[in-house]
Design a protein around this ligand. Structure first.
Ligand SMILES: Cc1cc2nc3c(=O)[nH]c(=O)nc-3n(C[C@H](O)[C@H](O)[C@H](O)COP(=O)(O)OP(=O)(O)OC[C@H]3O[C@@H](n4cnc5c(N)ncnc54)[C@H](O)[C@@H]3O)c2cc1C
Length: 625
């Protein structure tokens, strides 16, 4: 059992008593959070919006308090967005009134048991891994071939949970590693190094049957045959066309994610950087470094002895090199703006920063089409994000769209006034929107029309299966993560978001279904009577009532986003129940703690921690390769 499983078990043991304690009350599988909270008498009920100044404490933290309610008469009921809050005039704090949201007790309980099951699978491998006993001869075991496309969040979770003694696992991906995407912004400015937040596919599950470096380009659904274009490696490159390989499968798990939607606005694809892979982060870091060096050249640096016209031309050139635009005010754009502004502060520190001569000259502009940043967060947190970035010197343009991007310029248009503005820039990063990858279009062309889900994603049922033309192939293709359109409660508008959290949970869910050997061609999937499990596993599944597969249920744990300067946003929830929301340095500690724990291996945790210390003590590394 490795450290990750120890941590998982610790968290399980933390959650378990809570679950047990509330079991009696949760016969209907849910109970209302804070339903027992005694609300104070209402002195004066108003339905006004909360004044932002009132909400912000000097620390910058929003004073939403969860703990026991003070029995004060000096309370006022106010409304904030969809929440009702109580304002205690004595303490000057807000308290949430008891809502009707339900804690998903059943899901929590099942997840706890799933975690124990995952840990047991890993523990079972230890004697083989350590060489204490000979592993079973895998080739002689009858295992279904599961081909997984991608090495991102969904497929990584699947690889970790998959029991290779039960399934023959083959992974196909053009990227030979997993990337911890929430840290790409940090990597693009050198706060952490690329290798600290990646894990090689083969290291994720060394017992997998094979990893194939290439990308899926076609699929024969009826004959269960995948066509893969292998990546150019060594001699292939000299022969021209990369080789094609056909791979038969019993189950195909499509976890190909999505791409940055940079083809809608003219010039965005050609002239803007993006942030989706380590390669993107590396290119961005190089470009930032080049801008800084260019602006520091003697023929661009300020010189008071130059004639006015030449000095002005120089200044314009320098300003252009030092104006960087980020397009998109979602979490990626906001986090990148925060990281870039940390980077700029670090390298231009007065007299000691390596680029101190550029102090005050670098301009970061964040362009956002909506009227508030990070819209997935509560409104108060969005407001805090805006003021925090502006305080750091980031110019935030709300209600502004990009009309065109060119070589050295960007054209913006205000949604309010319709005014257009062309800004000379040397660097823009496109972080606005995502779109399906080309393989999804190919797959959809082989599936019935009802497979086409919202936003070009593949529509899936409760068990993450996509529709096929013939009943014989139904259940052979599962789609997970960003590529899947999974709706909750059969409500077309209640689509799960495209996040790492959803992708990871779906990947692990599919791995468990495959490990348990459900017949996925029938609804609901059941474990066939001829399927032989070990006695203990069989007893465990029976005790949990898992002879029939339960549909996927998403456990939302909330949102986190870094803002720069040691500030972050956190909106922690359990299912649909908001637990607490903070903005400021407390959230920053939470952000760092969660990201450290969520690293996929102990090696990554150590490296990330080391990078943070290194950056704090020695500053960011500005070498370029
Ligand atoms: C900068 C950034 C920050 C983010 N921050 C957060 C965050 O803080 N919290 C959060 O919840 N989410 C965050 N996300 C979103 C999150 O990363 C995605 O939702 C998640 O990666 C989706 O997982 P996935 O497995 O579906 O796809 P991905 O992780 O994108 O993986 C897709 C994989 O498929 C491979 N692939 C593509 N085409 C093919 C093909 N034809 N054949 C085979 N393989 C293929 C790719 O190489 C890749 O390995 C962030 C995303 C970005 C870009």
């Amino acid at each position: 059992m490795n450290l990750k499983h120890l941590l998982l078990l610790l968290s399980v043991s933390y959650v378990s008593p809570f679950v047990v304690l509330n079991r009696e009350r949760s016969r209907t599988s849910t109970f209302t959070l804070r339903s027992s909270t005694k609300l104070p008498p209402v002195k004066n009920e108003t339905k006004t919006s909360i004044d932002d100044n009132l909400l912000s404490s000097p620390s910058g933290k929003l004073d939403f308090q969860e703990p026991s309610f003070p029995q004060s008469l000096e309370t006022t009921k106010v409304k904030s967005g969809r929440k009702e809050l109580w304002f205690d005039e004595n303490s000057g704090r807000f308290y949430e009134a008891g809502g009707n949201e339900k804690i998903p007790i059943a899901t929590l309980f099942e997840r706890t048991l799933d975690t124990i099951e995952d840990a047991a699978i890993h523990a079972r491998r230890i004697p083989y891994d350590k060489g204490w006993i000979d592993p079973p001869e895998l080739e002689q075991m009858s295992r279904k071939t599961v081909v997984v496309l991608g090495s991102g969040w969904a497929s990584h979770a699947l690889m970790k949970v998959a029991d290779t003694y039960k399934i023959r696992l083959i992974v196909v991906s053009p990227t030979n590693h997993f990337v911890f995407t929430p840290m790409l912004a940090s990597a693009s400015v050198g706060t952490i190094e690329y290798r600290s937040m990646t894990e090689a596919v083969r290291a994720s599950n060394p017992l997998m049957d094979n990893y194939i470096e290439g990308k899926a380009i076609d699929v024969d659904v009826e004959n269960k045959l995948l066509t893969v274009q292998l990546k150019d490696l060594l001699k292939d490159t000299r022969k021209g066309e990369a080789p094609i390989q056909q791979i038969p499968y019993d189950h195909l798990v499509v976890a190909v994610g999505c791409r940055v939607a940079n083809t809608i606005v003219p010039g965005a694809k050609e002239y803007s950087y993006k942030l989706k892979t380590c390669e993107d982060a590396r290119k961005l870091r190089l470009a930032v470094g080049e801008c800084l060096e260019y602006a520091s050249r003697p023929n661009v640096a300020p010189d008071k002895f130059l004639p006015e016209a030449i000095a002005l031309a120089r200044e314009q050139d320098r300003r252009k090199r030092l104006t960087w635009v980020i397009v998109g005010g979602g979490p990626t754009g906001v986090e990148l703006a925060g990281e870039l502004s940390d980077f700029v502060r670090d390298i231009t520190r007065d007299r000691v920063g390596p680029y101190h001569r550029l102090l005050g000259e670098i301009q970061i502009i964040l362009v956002h089409g909506g009227d508030r940043l990070v819209q997935a967060f509560e409104e108060e947190l969005s407001t805090h994000a805006l003021s925090s970035l502006e305080k750091q010197g980031v110019q935030v343009r709300l209600n502004t769209r990009v009309k065109e991007v060119g070589d050295g310029w960007i054209r913006l248009i205000s949604k309010d006034s319709g005014d257009e503005e062309e800004i000379p820039i040397s660097l823009s990063v496109w972080a606005a929107g995502i779109a399906p990858v080309p393989f999804i279009e190919t797959l959809l062309s082989k599936l019935p029309p009802e497979a086409r889900g919202a936003n070009g994603r593949v529509s899936v049922d409760k068990w993450l299966r996509c529709p096929t033309y013939s009943p014989e192939t139904f259940g052979s293709i599962l789609v997970v993560g960003d590529a899947a359109a999974f709706t909750r409660n059969d409500d077309e508008s209640d689509l799960l978001p495209q996040t790492a959290q959803v992708a990871g949970q779906q990947g692990a869910y599919v791995a468990r279904m495959l490990d348990r050997g459900y017949d996925l061609s029938i609804t609901p999937p059941v474990i066939p009577s001829h399927h032989k499990h070990e006695v203990l596993v069989d007893a465990w599944l029976r005790a949990r009532g898992l002879q029939e597969a339960a549909g996927f249920s998403f456990l939302n744990l909330g949102l986190l986003a870094y803002l720069g300067q040691g500030q972050a946003l956190s909106q922690v929830q359990l299912g649909d129940v908001p637990l607490f929301s903070y903005a400021g340095s407390v959230s920053f500690i939470l952000w760092r703690s969660v990201y450290l724990v969520k690293q996929v291996a102990t090696r990554n945790r150590v490296l990330v921690l080391f990078d943070w210390f290194k950056c704090k003590i020695f500053g960011r590394d500005i070498t370029r390769f």
